[in-house]
Design a protein around this ligand. Structure first.
Ligand SMILES: [Zn+2]
Length: 188
């Protein structure tokens, strides 16, 4: 069975006393050089609550992370939190990664994202949603508010641009929007 936090707490306190006794009985044994005992509370809010409850003074570092130190002789009980623990950890990991790269003569670079053409790049024509008979090539359809952009997937049967004067066929654009579509993202 897992010990309850109360059991664990009692054990910890007993252990501390036994450690102190043992060190006292063995004067030739060195004591640790780090006199801090760390209690992470993760958030600044938790540190503020802790400080308020025990009437202690908060110290804030240059990143805004808070800590409270309780001193018992040369031993410090260091209670600390962060503005944003996830962000703090991310920064720490990045620093570590950069240090490693530096010491191995490497640089960290963003991965090149394979460029898949976006929907906007693949637009071949525009349709007027209120007048289904109207289809415009890119040249004639661009910039009109309310026009619906279409890709070749939307036009399985192709289509021709209806821009112009319907009464005068010679004045109608008539461009096949699939064949004459400006090519993007590939060899010309
Ligand atoms: Zn046209």
């Amino acid at each position: 069975m897992k010990p309850s936090s109360q059991d664990r707490r009692s054990e910890y306190i007993t252990g501390l006393r036994e450690l102190a006794d043992w060190l006292e009985q063995h004067p030739d044994v060195a004591v640790p050089s780090d006199e801090r005992m760390l209690l992470p509370l993760l958030t600044n809010t938790a540190v503020e609550e802790f400080a308020a409850t025990h009437g202690l003074t908060i110290e804030t570092d240059s990143d805004g992370n808070m800590a409270v130190d309780l001193r018992f002789g040369c031993i410090t009980y260091h209670v600390y939190g962060y503005v944003d623990f996830a962000e703090h950890r991310k920064k720490g990991e990045e620093k570590q990664a950069r240090a490693w790269a530096d010491s191995n003569d490497m640089v960290i670079q963003p991965r090149e994202v394979a460029s898949t053409p976006s929907h906007a790049d693949r637009v071949v024509a525009y349709r007027n949603p209120w007048r289904p008979g109207v289809l415009l090539c890119r040249e004639h359809g661009e910039g009109w508010a309310g026009m619906e952009p279409l890709t070749s997937d939307d036009l399985p049967d192709g289509g021709t641009c209806t821009h112009g004067d319907p009464a005068d066929p010679s004045d109608v654009c008539g461009r096949d929007v699939l064949i004459d579509a400006p090519q993007t993202g590939g060899a010309r």
